[in-house]
Design a protein around this ligand. Structure first.
Ligand code: 13P
Ligand code: SF4
Length: 305
């Protein structure tokens, strides 16, 4: 049952003709009032389809809200807490990317959507963890500069004949870096029949011990189609909140309870309410950067459809 605050938010949302988009890592209370919950790719596609709404409240991290703006520069996009940044996206500056491009002029540039808008503007195409291999395979070039996540770069490199050059060296997600192969052995001992699903941002040792390596959206699809009733989930903890809501008869065990993306949790129902009332905090990207990034975003959406 919804709380009074959640009901208030829904009334405000209708009054303002707003839509609330939320990433799979948002806390349960926000998931319950969101119009759409998804992984990075699903959120990009959803953002590209918004037509009849005046206000978009984006419950996710900075690069996701920026991407929604790039796709909807005429709409008001607001984020409940401006400190909600993805540290990985901030690991690759446009200067670093420019230097790498000069060093490898014959390489195509594929950037993970977890990157900042000015870096996206220098990419040939974007990707998410759901479509990274497909995006790389769609390109003519055999040499690919791939950033900022080195684990996702290696995940792709293991499945393609193309040369993948990670940029910058050491780019990673601190949440997925918490998982170690010992965690898999430990949880598996307690739940020997569970399917192990991890995210491609995990290190290669962890990936190699899993049954499936999937984006958060891919994890939801896998659970849906699997005959198994038990799953060990190697990603941010609140994906289990979504899985438990949607599949109440299946059991989910976190690979690690501490896998929390702190900035994703900066949003709260109170802040969502404030975003709706005061239409803040507005997200925007300088026009020239937004135009250049749009090409790379759009290209990815076209390859993914
Ligand atoms: P997904 O696209 O799989 O949801 O991943 C986004 C992300 O930030 C993972 O840490
Ligand atoms: Fe960024 Fe990692 Fe948080 Fe995803 S989980 S938003 S990659 S810090």
């Amino acid at each position: 049952m919804l709380t009074d605050l959640q009901k208030e938010i829904i009334d405000l949302k209708n009054e303002k003709n707003a839509i609330i988009l939320a990433h799979n890592y948002q806390p349960g209370g926000i998931q319950e009032i969101a119009d759409f919950i998804g992984d990075s790719l699903e959120l990009c596609i959803k953002a590209s389809e918004i037509e009849d709404k005046d206000l978009v409240v984006f419950c996710g991290v900075d690069f996701m809200a920026e991407t929604a703006y790039i796709l909807n520069p005429d709409k008001k996009i607001v984020i409940p807490d401006t400190e909600a940044e993805c540290p990985m996206a901030h690991m690759l500056s446009s200067k670093q990317l420019e230097e790498a491009k000069q060093k490898h002029p014959d390489a195509a540039v594929v950037l993970y959507v977890n990157s900042l808008a000015d870096a996206k503007a220098k990419a040939d195409i974007l990707c998410t963890s759901a479509n990274a291999l497909k995006v790389v395979e769609s390109l003519d070039q055999d040499k690919i500069l791939f950033g900022p996540d080195n684990n996702l770069a290696n995940f792709v490199a293991n499945q393609t004949d193309k040369e993948i050059i990670p940029v910058p060296e050491g780019g990673h997600c601190y949440v997925h870096k918490m998982f170690h192969k010992g965690d898999i052995a430990f949880v598996k001992e307690n739940y020997p029949n569970a399917e192990i699903i991890v995210h491609p941002e995990c290190n290669m040792e962890v990936q190699s011990l899993a049954d499936y390596v999937l984006s958060t959206g891919g994890m939801i699809s896998r659970v849906k189609e699997s005959d198994n009733n038990e799953f060990i989930i190697g990603t941010e903890i609140d994906l289990i909140t979504r899985l438990s809501r949607e599949f109440p008869n299946k059991k989910f065990y976190p690979l690690l309870d501490e896998a929390i993306c702190k900035t994703m949790k900066l949003h709260s129902l109170e802040k969502v309410k404030n975003s709706l009332i005061n239409e803040e905090f507005e997200v925007s990207v300088p026009e020239d950067i937004a135009k250049k990034s749009l090409k790379a975003v759009q290209k990815m959406i076209n390859v993914s459809k």
